[in-house]
Design a binder for this molecule. Structure first.
Ligand SMILES: NC(=O)c1ccc[n+]([C@@H]2O[C@H](COP(=O)([O-])OP(=O)(O)OC[C@H]3O[C@@H](n4cnc5c(N)ncnc54)[C@H](O)[C@@H]3O)[C@@H](O)[C@H]2O)c1
Length: 118
């Protein structure tokens, strides 16, 4: 089958819509968030990885930029539990790209323990 027809029309339409958009992915330095950031970068989006982990975040931005040949993958250190950090991230993103089109609220931590507090 010709490569053009291997993806559905809807997929092609979404790809066209995503190109040049700005996507912020919280917790994008690793795990599921990193893969989400990768997919946006592959679709030609400007991607901001907003993560509390600076070393992994910078590493992920470099790695995804290289892998997807998309220079617009940036890291902004952000603790999503701190309001001023979130505002700072949004301000920096606006300053860099002039808009925000997609926000993926992915960052979280699992805290294991008994529901009875024991
Ligand atoms: N992995 C699973 O099986 C699973 C199942 C259900 C839901 N989820 C949800 O999916 C999301 C991602 O899960 P994952 O397994 O990829 O997690 P992960 O622990 O692999 O990655 C989480 C990322 O979030 C970042 N992070 C943590 N606290 C942060 C904060 N305060 N501010 C900014 N960044 C922060 C971490 O540095 C890390 O890069 C989470 O919201 C999780 O609750 C995961």
């Amino acid at each position: 089958m010709p490569k053009l027809f291997q993806r559905s029309l809807t997929t092609h339409l979404f790809s066209a819509l995503l190109k040049g958009q700005v996507a912020v992915v919280t917790g994008g330095a690793g795990g599921i968030g990193k893969y989400i950031a990768q997919r946006f970068a592959q679709e030609g989006c400007n991607v901001v990885i907003a993560d509390i982990n600076a070393s992994e975040g910078q590493k992920a931005a470099r790695e995804l930029s290289k892998m997807t040949k998309n220079a617009s993958v940036k890291f902004i250190k952000t603790d999503c539990g701190v309001e001023s950090d979130i505002k700072g991230c949004m301000d920096k993103t606006y300053k860099e790209f002039g808009k925000i089109n997609v926000l993926v609220n992915n960052a979280a931590r699992f805290i294991f323990g008994s529901v009875y507090g024991g």
